[in-house]
Ligand binder design. Sequence first.
Ligand code: DON
Length: 305
Amino acid sequence: MKTPLPDYLARLLAQCDSGDGGQLADYIPELAQADPHKMAIAICTTDGVVYAAGDTDYEFTIQSISKPFAYALALREHGLDAVLRKVGVEPSGEAFNELSLDERTERPLNPMINAGAITTHALLPGSPGAGRAQALQALLERMTGRSLQVDEAVYNSELETAFRNLSLAYMLRNVGAVQGDVSEIVAGYTRQCAIKVNVQDLARMAGILANQGRCPRTREQLFDRKLVRQVLSVMTSCGMYNGAGDWLSRVGIPAKSGVAGGILGALPGQFGVAVFSPKLDEAGNSVRGVRMMERLSGDMGLHVM
Ligand code: DON
């Protein structure tokens, strides 16, 4: 007899809970306070059914998982060509917060590293500072079907220590990739990263990417197909940073990770999936999250190749 999906997910969670490893992100002081034992997984089918196991209602900050959705919103606002003039699509092979630009074009290499994400954030509709983060939050609320909050403690904690992102933003200002008040841009980007979600929210968001931009729950077409293809392509090549090649060969699912411990994956035509556990590997990806996704991919034969 086949194992029902909820039972399978609960078992998968237990199997991946052993032999720890990894570190809490501590460059954002508030994230070092996270409970390292929290763990969850959720799947959202293209019919909008969510299956979940573990700490499924536990909220954590979205962090870099906001980046593909900010990219989607910028693409929807300005179109592909205009966005490509500002941010490239090449994997960097470097850490997410590397101070780097494409030498030839002076553009950030891609929208998943911080340099590209700060540039993308500045393309969002809304006033500089909180307005742009608010625009993204409104989009995420439409995708998840519930109202979301910003974690003010994480936001303040990151902003007080955002020296590296400020240097990135000054570098971007220097080459004309962003305009205006640099500290306001970094504040807005930091706020975008501090939006709180749970694993079911992330699975719903992933479900929309898996469903060619149509929300499985409301049937609303939020993004057109070509836009979703662009977002998933960049997630595939750059979503896991300098761990992207390893991830693609081992797991084979377009994905994006965040330093609070979430990972979101989207399998076109099948489902969206999200995992959460706070301890990270050296590339900034959740250790138990990677383990869960790897096992899920293997058990269900999900590798896209
Ligand atoms: O800008 C930062 O450093 C954080 N707000 C987000 C970084 C992040 O999530 C990297 N992903 N694993």
